[in-house]
Design a protein around this ligand. Structure first.
Ligand SMILES: *[C@@H]1O[C@H](CO)[C@@H](O)[C@H](O)[C@H]1NC(C)=O
Ligand SMILES: *[C@@H]1O[C@H](CO)[C@@H](O)[C@H](O)[C@H]1NC(C)=O
Ligand SMILES: *[C@@H]1O[C@H](CO)[C@@H](O)[C@H](O)[C@H]1NC(C)=O
Ligand SMILES: CC(=O)N[C@H]1CO[C@H](CO)[C@@H](O)[C@@H]1O
Length: 460
């Protein structure tokens, strides 16, 4: 079932009762012409964005928009299935999600390809150079799998370098008790640097777990998720926000850390429940005017809260807006294109994948409207499960307006350290697929599309 936004824009029906006098008709015509003119201006701008690319780059860009089908054959049922998978859905026929969650599935290599197919940027044959292979093991420049789960990327202008921060989960997966979610003890926040978004150098753990002090937020038996870093132009500090919790997810707080350098070490400052509310999955978003915002799932993950940070980015202010109320969305990732804000969220099904939704707003604080499922290509199951992954961040592609990298995690609850990265091109443009709101017949929002590709590269 489609989830519809509860916020409604005034529609043309509000004007039906109006009397049509001559001046109204004339002004309506003038208005229409103006709108058409603005529309063509916008279209022109869109085209010039693409024009900045060279011919070869433009070909690569067009390749991103190809809808790539990818059928997965479910193998015939076998006598023996792993007890875990059998317990989950005892009566229903085996679905692709069951196959995905079954550690012994015959088609596991489709979701979690083995080491032989790992992407090794320093040793990759030239024909595969710069190509992303969503779901494969991705090695850093030392030949180790990248450990930056639930992460985000900061582009540092001073160093002209990308920094990828995420959960360093290279430890054993276990359960605290039966039915508790699978977990890995906190090791810390990993940081990787790159100039090309493909070759990543391990910069080490920039915020480490606390080994001894059991009352510390970052004691290894607690939870540290979804770290994100932004740079404060006024204070010259790098500020990290993260979800901190206890093993039972009852603390539901955000933590803040600070550093003079993108590669840390970060000093952990404190944790709190922002605005006095529970906060689980979260992200931070820095707008082009320098204002930063915290976005978090609250009220038992049933709604999102968005509020601006203080000027030093070290705390929230007392302004907060509740958005997508009752829609149960998590894993928010925000981005902006031409004065419109967009957000991708996931549903709430623990480590199991579910359907992504795109949302749009004219102001970060909302109201936010739901556009629909942005996933394109693959197959129906891919689209209903966000390509068996969960979004974590959306990174603008430099020099290609309206183009982004959608970063997602393909969680592996049997061995969380072996969770994979699913990076795919996200394009804003064209009419919305399922426009929920119309304004004088013009769809208000552009379409947000995440294109499935087995193999793709950035058009630069
Ligand atoms: C590039 O990757 C594809 C897919 O893994 C592989 O089949 C091919 O052998 C690679 N190309 C070369 C020249 O190694
Ligand atoms: C342990 O951590 C708590 C909370 O951060 C702190 O107040 C306390 O001083 C720490 N204890 C030691 C011995 O460092
Ligand atoms: C988590 O819950 C279990 C059982 O409800 C309890 O035994 C345990 O102490 C709790 N752990 C924390 C860290 O709160
Ligand atoms: C394939 C291709 O033409 N790539 C070019 C894209 O643009 C960059 C510069 O922005 C060139 O360096 C690439 O060779």
């Amino acid at each position: 079932m489609r989830i519809r936004s509860k916020y409604k824009r005034p529609t043309i029906s509000s004007y039906v009762g109006m009397k049509c006098t001559m001046p109204t008709i004339v002004w309506s015509l003038v208005g229409c012409l103006l709108v058409l003119h603005l529309y063509s201006l916008v279209r022109q701008k869109e085209r010039t964005g693409e024009m900045q690319l060279s011919l070869g780059n433009r070909t690569l860009f067009q390749e991103l928009l190809v809808v790539e089908e990818d059928n997965i054959q479910i193998p015939p049922p076998r006598g023996k299935r792993s007890p875990r998978a059998a317990k989950r859905r005892p009566k229903k026929p085996i679905s692709l999600i069951d196959e995905f969650l079954d550690e012994n599935s015959q088609i596991r290599h489709i979701f979690f390809p083995g080491e032989r197919t790992a992407i090794d940027p320093l040793n990759e044959d030239t024909s595969n150079k710069s190509y992303y292979f969503p779901g494969r093991i991705w090695l850093d420049t030392e030949g180790n799998p990248i450990q930056a789960h639930g992460g985000g990327i900061l582009f540092d202008k001073k160093a002209s370098t990308y920094y990828w921060y995420g959960e360093y989960k290279d430890g054993p997966t276990y359960q605290v008790q039966k039915n508790a979610p699978a977990r890995v003890d906190i090791i810390g926040v990993g940081c990787y640097s790159s100039k090309d978004l493909w070759t990543w150098k391990n910069e080490g753990i920039v915020l480490a777990a606390e080994e001894k002090n059991e009352t510390h937020d970052l004691h290894k038996t607690n939870v540290l998720e979804r770290p994100k870093v932004i740079y404060n132009d006024k204070t010259g500090k790098y500020v990290m926000w993260m979800h901190v919790d206890d093993a039972n997810y009852t603390k539901a707080s955000v933590g803040v850390a600070i550093s003079d350098y993108p590669t840390g070490p970060f000093d952990y400052l404190y944790s709190k429940r922002p605005h006095g509310f529970e906060s689980r999955d979260m992200t931070i978003f820095k707008d082009s005017d320098g204002t930063a915002y915290l976005v978090y799932s609250s009220e038992d993950n049933s709604e999102l809260h968005i509020g601006p940070l203080t000027r030093d980015y070290l705390d929230v202010t007392n302004v907060v807006k509740r958005v997508l109320v009752g829609e149960h969305r998590e894993a928010p990732a925000l981005f902006k294109h031409r004065n419109t804000y967009y957000m991708i969220t996931s549903g709430c099904t623990g480590w199991a994948p579910n359907e992504a939704l795109a949302h749009a707003a004219e102001s970060v604080l909302g109201p936010w409207e739901t556009l629909g499922n942005p996933c394109v290509g693959g197959n129906k199951m891919y689209r209903l499960t966000t390509f068996f992954a969960q979004g974590t961040f959306v990174l603008p592609l430099p020099g290609v307006p309206g183009s982004f990298i959608f970063m997602a995690d393909r969680w592996n609850p049997a061995d969380l350290r072996d969770s994979r990265y699913v990076w795919l091109p996200l394009i804003v443009g064209g009419k919305a697929d399922w426009p929920l709101e119309y304004n004088f017949g013009f769809p208000l929002w552009s379409r947000v599309s995440i294109y499935w590709h087995k193999k793709w590269r950035c058009p630069f």
